[in-house]
Design a protein. Structure first.
Lengths: 113, 126, 250
């Protein structure tokens, strides 16, 4: 009756959970920084450059892009299913592929310095 | 065997009851997470090579950006709140024959959120 | 007995032998203070309209037969008091997400077929002959799974679940909660065996944690919680199998 164990689902669920935790814990503060602290002048353009050029920050940010992207991919894919717009199982690669592309884009940028 | 009646679920099912609507908003906060990942990628590319940062900085200083961030902040906090509330459902701990109070689990996660947010803000703003 | 104000019941009718389309039939009744919706339906059938069909049995919230939609919410009609409704009209429909056979009677075959597929029985690693006595459990061990054992198969959770409403191949809350009930029973070793059905895509992974199943459950089973626990257990099991393939029994 069912289609047998789904061998990739656990991976994407774990990534979704990790990304969800990372974004739950850190996203509000990050949004505050770029959304309010920067326009208010509490963080200058120089501060931003220093931040984004720091090697540790770069590694951390690539990690966050990876987690945020895979959290979105999994959750948004199922949101579209629940909205009746996508059939379960179809086009999953579209979302995870985008997440992978985004991660690679971030990684390339981080290495580019 | 006479004909059975099927009643398909309309696509607007999530608009019909408050809990269903809140669920859908919660799921759609993932778009904010995605959008912010794009901002981070933008920042990383701006810092790479010649570091044309003024583009990103100008955008972040614009009223449009402030408004978008304000909406994003509300949705991000909604994601945080709903996520913390769900942690006790996944982290189920027992001491002898009593379950560790789910509110305690959620409380620990809430404190973790405050500590991590505070640490990040202090790191960047101080 | 106190007699309350007249109430109107708008009851879903579907009579496939005579009519092709469903309709609502209006019954005006004067319920007693103590009446539940089931009492009103039985009154209608006995005194007003014998043609109305509906399921019920124990009338005390334990058999799970009398589930119906009352003002759009899945309820056990034997536990739903008419006096709790402020509206002049109470709408009664068959449980959603199930095909309707007639009036308020739904076809529950899909659920009945799914239930045994999660192997809802103890699967000990090694059987014990009767002479060796019972499988013993401490109160702490019983407490771990007790909540998930309270399911009365009333299917209100399937009516509340939009995932099931959109895709009837979803295994569903009650069946999956029962799998967890056995997985975490100290006498059971069947987690891997249940994986075939539970970790199929139509199993736990299709659940998006809407959580309404838990809200409507009349016995406090918390199927949503059970499913999240299953996701974590099987995901960690998968991770272990990837990191330590040799140390992992399959």
């Amino acid at each position: 009756m069912t289609t047998g164990p789904d061998r990739t689902a656990p991976l994407f669920w774990l990534l979704f959970a990790a990304g969800g935790t990372a974004s739950a814990m850190l996203l509000p503060a990050m949004v505050f920084i770029t959304g309010i602290a920067v326009p208010a002048g509490w963080v200058s353009e120089n501060d931003l450059v220093t931040l984004f050029r720091n090697p540790l920050t770069r590694i951390a940010l690539v990690g966050l892009v990876f987690l945020f992207m895979f959290h979105w991919a999994h959750r948004f894919r199922y949101a579209l299913v629940d909205l009746g717009l996508v059939r379960v199982g179809k086009q999953a690669w579209l979302f995870y592929g985008t997440a992978l592309a985004g991660t690679m884009l971030a990684g390339l940028a981080a290495l580019h310095l | 065997m006479t004909k059975e009646l099927t009643r398909p679920l309309p696509r607007t099912w999530w608009l019909r009851k408050a809990p269903y609507f809140q669920f859908m908003i919660r799921e759609l906060t993932s778009l904010v997470v995605f959008a912010y990942a794009l901002v981070l990628i933008w920042g990383l590319w701006s810092a790479a090579g010649t570091g044309a940062f003024s583009g990103l900085h100008d955008f972040l200083s614009s009223p449009l950006s402030v408004w978008l961030h304000a909406v994003a902040l509300v949705l991000a906090l909604y994601h945080t709140g709903t996520w913390i509330a769900l942690t006790p459902k996944v982290i189920v701990l027992w001491r002898d024959d009593e379950q560790v109070d789910p509110d305690f689990i959620a409380g620990v996660n809430a404190i973790l959120f405050l500590v991590l947010s505070g640490a990040l803000l202090w790191l960047v703003l101080a | 007995m106190d007699v309350t104000d007249p109430t109107v019941l708008e009851v879903f009718r579907y009579l496939p032998d005579a009519e092709t389309e469903p309709r609502f039939q209006r019954y005006e009744i004067t319920p007693q203070e103590t009446w539940v919706v089931l009492d009103a339906l039985n009154h209608i059938k006995a005194e007003v309209d014998p043609s109305l069909s509906f399921r019920w049995s124990c009338r005390m919230g334990i058999c799970g037969s009398c589930g119906m939609m009352v003002n759009g919410e899945p309820k056990l009609t034997c536990e739903t008091f008419i006096r709790d409704y402020e509206t002049e009209t109470i709408t009664i429909e068959p449980l959603t997400h199930f095909p309707v056979i007639r009036d308020l009677v739904i076809n529950m075959a899909d659920f009945m077929e799914k239930l045994p597929t999660v192997s809802p029985w103890l699967i000990p690693e090694e059987g014990k002959p009767i002479e060796e006595g019972e499988y013993l459990q401490t109160p702490a061990q019983v407490a771990q799974y007790q909540r998930f054992s309270l399911c009365i198969n009333c299917m209100l959770c399937y009516s509340a679940c939009p995932v099931y409403g959109l895709d009837s191949s979803f295994t569903g809350p009650a069946a999956l909660a029962l799998a967890e009930r056995y997985n975490i029973d100290s006498r059971d070793d069947g987690m891997r065996q249940r994986a075939d059905v539970v970790t199929a895509h139509e199993g736990i992974w299709e659940c998006t944690y809407v959580g309404e199943c838990t809200q409507v459950c009349p016995k406090g089973v918390d199927p949503a919680g059970a499913i999240q626990m299953l996701k974590l257990s099987y995901a960690l099991d998968w991770a272990r199998s990837v990191i330590l393939p040799k140390g992992h029994r399959s």
